[in-house]
Ligand binder design. Sequence first.
Ligand SMILES: *Cc1c(COP(=O)(O)O)cnc(C)c1O
Length: 432
Amino acid sequence: MDQESSPVTEPPDIGHIARVFSSPLNPNHQKSEPRRARARAERFPIGPETGAFRRRFFPDATLADWNDWRWQMRARIRSVAELERIFDLSDEEREAVSRHAGGLPVGITPYYASIMGLGEPGEPLRRTHIPVGQEYLSTPGEADDPLGEDHDTSVPGLVHRYPDRVLFLTTGTCSTYCRYCTRSRMVGQSGGEYQFSTRQWEQALGYIEAHPEIRDVLLSGGDPLTISDEKLDYLLGRLHAIRHVEFVRMGTKVPTVLPMRITRDLVRVLKKHRPLWMSIHATHPTELTLEVTEAYARLADAGIPLGSQTVLLKGINDSVETMKALNHGLLKRRVKPYYLYQCDPITGSAHFRTPVAKGLEIIEGLRGHTTGYAVPQYVIDAPGGGGKIPLLPDYLVGRDGDDLILRNFEGKQYRYHDPVEVVVSDVEGAPC
Ligand SMILES: *Cc1c(COP(=O)(O)O)cnc(C)c1O
């Protein structure tokens, strides 16, 4: 096999999967006992809304198909015609999708579509995945690579911005394409400027091996969980064999939008390579379905610490109530809200961006009002490659002599004795 030049994400081969995981509900199907046990082990819960959606729009898909992540990848909704079959498209959506060319294609897993508002263009999850006309507007401050990642790219696919850790872009493929994507310039295109291959992985691994200061490797993309179990096993194994790499983490949206990807086999692979942390992209509390609950539970049970990353999106999750419901739902599922991102100024994203004041208001509405674990760090990823910069409401009111004046979550003021330090070296005759 030509490992060197094979693309990282191979075209889904569902034939053999369909044979192995044939429907447990098909009474005519004769299976050997181990196979039946296997099918049972792979069985995934299916929510009522999603079940009805499957019967209505994918009547030929068996339950085994539906719960097969490669089937979901292959059956993704990608064209105007496919969207039109399922959604009541607004004129604006239809026009925007028809106009689309190049990177960041439309792509929605049938599972994720099943929890979207099929008849309401304003439904939050749908807005994050079906383009509208504003996507073609470029506004001041926007750029295709606002974070200057290409500038910080040491070898193709490896962004070395912080001294002790790297961002490893493993693939250009995602299971679904978010319209506000930070890497819209490089995802979802084959044969474009950005290529992802195992040859490129070897270069990145070589760089990490040659840089002992790198102690933390963040796998992202694209979405690393669209890569096959075998290739992930190989990559994680190579990274763990590097002595100075203390741990690896993965940034992924797959557990939320393609929960059936979290198979027992995948979990076995991930478990082999602990410590492994995972940052899961989550947007809205309606995402926290039966299926997603199962996917997160499998990961947490495997000893993979879970954090979440959420992009603050106008009219989608920009209220204290929505964010509280999301973060409470995540904590119940053993996911610690990690980052709340101000939406990056990617070209054509102005309709998603809130003022920074909105983010601060949300943090202020969470801190003290709910569990501290439910409060993520609100950050701006600085344009030009400055990295993530934390933002906090101002709880330090000022100083009164040796007292600091602080404000609590209810707005009450408190004093904290914090004497101004006497600098010893200023005292005459004192040793330095
Ligand atoms: C976000 C990011 C990291 C990881 O940042 P943490 O604050 O450690 O989670 C590393 N490298 C790049 C380029 C990043 O954008």
